[in-house]
Design a protein around this ligand. Structure first.
Ligand code: NCD
Ligand code: ZN
Ligand code: ZN
Ligand code: ZN
Length: 397
């Protein structure tokens, strides 16, 4: 099969460090099949499937299943993220070594789904990760400040609307804590979904101290702000919450300057009945895989904050480096099977939930017209997506 690249931009296949695929446990909202299709259509050749499944991905039984199922589907490499602690309580460290040595070769561990509340536990987790050469992703939330907080979605809009949830201090205090713990443990730490100007400043400060820290930003935090909350529509509920315009601008600048390393989708599917409802009833999370590139074009390329070389860096090269994927996000050798994506930079398209490959069809971008379209994705030389169609190795589950 020949791909015609006329008028297209060729980039290395995208790498998403933060994807929720809901398998095992919530296959009514997403499966490795359907999430892989969304990933291939979005230009991804590798995604990292977060650990807050049911059961939690705290053992090689789960992480190996995730990897194997992804390989069977064959649309994208689905790298399992392991949980740093066992179960939902977070009182005991998980067998990170067993998961790292398994078929799934877990490279990234997350506190997702059960925060590492205890700083000593986090310190031990970081030491353990350093000894294994794997990475701990901090979910960037301080539960004692999140749960039951009165002033939560900070800023004038949220305060006026009376919305509770996740104040900036909950995010920034844990970023500061874990940067310092990583320093003392001689470990690396990755900050999930940075959402405030303060987090950008803290990451920059930590680097000046020689701390090995990396950070991601989501497409929705680059595009949307808290003015969306005015409608009390559950579609806009997400953790961390949509922030003020000044935060959006700081995140864009941080990504342009390289303080924020990469874009990660935090693709978090929820059933329509859990999103298409009033804000306080809705589950937090948004679909992200199929719209990520277009939002990066809209928020970063069009305003001149990133060129296409920069897009390759934040969507592919940096995330691949952060987790040590040696077969993604780098220049190819002659004759090497390619992980690449072709992008039509000029096409604009209108997002329609029912057209998305995910099982859940609710999206905050409904009827929004966005620039830039993935026209083909190639995984190790095989076309996985082309002009809106996907080519899995095995059919739907
Ligand atoms: C995540 C999910 O749905 O798994 N949701 C989200 O809003 N990012 C979990 C979480 O981060 O709380
Ligand atoms: Zn957490
Ligand atoms: Zn999260
Ligand atoms: Zn998440």
């Amino acid at each position: 099969d020949i791909l015609d690249g006329t008028g297209r931009i060729l980039l290395p296949g995208f790498v998403d460090l933060h994807t929720h695929l809901r398998e095992p446990g919530r296959e009514d909202t997403e499966t490795i099949d359907t999430g892989s299709a969304a990933a291939a259509l979005g230009g991804y050749t590798a995604v990292f499937a977060m650990a807050n499944t049911d059961p939690v991905a705290d053992s090689a039984v789960v992480t190996d299943h995730v990897w194997r199922r992804g390989q069977e589907v064959g649309l994208v490499d689905v790298h399992p993220v392991g949980a740093v602690t066992v179960g939902l309580e977070g009182r005991q460290l998980a067998e990170m070594g067993t998961m790292a040595a398994g078929v799934g070769q877990v490279k990234l561990f997350s506190d997702d789904g059960k925060c590492v509340y205890d700083p000593l536990m986090m310190r031990r987790a970081l030491e353990y990760s350093a000894s294994l050469g794997v990475l701990v992703a901090q979910h960037a939330e301080e539960p004692r400040l999140t749960v039951g907080a009165v002033v939560a979605h900070e800023g004038p809009t949220a305060a006026r609307l009376g919305l509770a949830g996740w104040p900036r201090a909950a995010e920034e205090s844990i970023v500061a804590r874990d940067a310092l713990l990583a320093r003392d443990a001689g470990a690396r730490v990755h900050i999930c979904h940075a959402s405030t100007a303060g987090t950008v400043a803290l990451v920059e400060w930590a680097r000046t101290q020689g701390i090995s820290i990396s950070a991601e930003v989501t497409p929705h935090h680059l595009l949307l702000d808290d003015s969306r909350l005015e409608t009390y529509d559950g579609i806009n509920r997400v953790n961390p919450p949509l922030r003020e315009r000044s935060d959006v601008e700081a995140l864009r600048r941080g990504l342009a300057d390289g303080v924020i390393d990469c874009v990660a989708t935090d693709h978090a599917p929820h059933a329509d009945q859990d999103k298409c409802c009033e804000f306080s009833q809705a589950r937090p999370g948004m679909l992200g895989l199929e719209t990520a590139l277009s939002i990066v074009v809209e928020t970063m390329v069009r305003p001149g904050l990133l060129d296409w070389r920069g897009v390759a860096k934040v969507m592919s090269e940096r995330p691949a480096q952060i987790v040590g994927l040696d077969d993604q996000g780098r220049p190819l050798e002659v004759g090497e099977p390619a992980n690449v994506v072709l992008v039509d930079p000029d096409t604009e398209w209108t997002v329609r939930g029912p057209d998305l490959a995910s099982i859940a069809h609710n999206t905050p971008y409904e009827e929004m017209t966005l620039p830039g379209k993935v026209t083909a994705t190639v995984l190790r030389g095989r076309i996985t997506a082309r002009d809106g169609a996907v080519y899995p190795l095995t059919g739907g589950k």
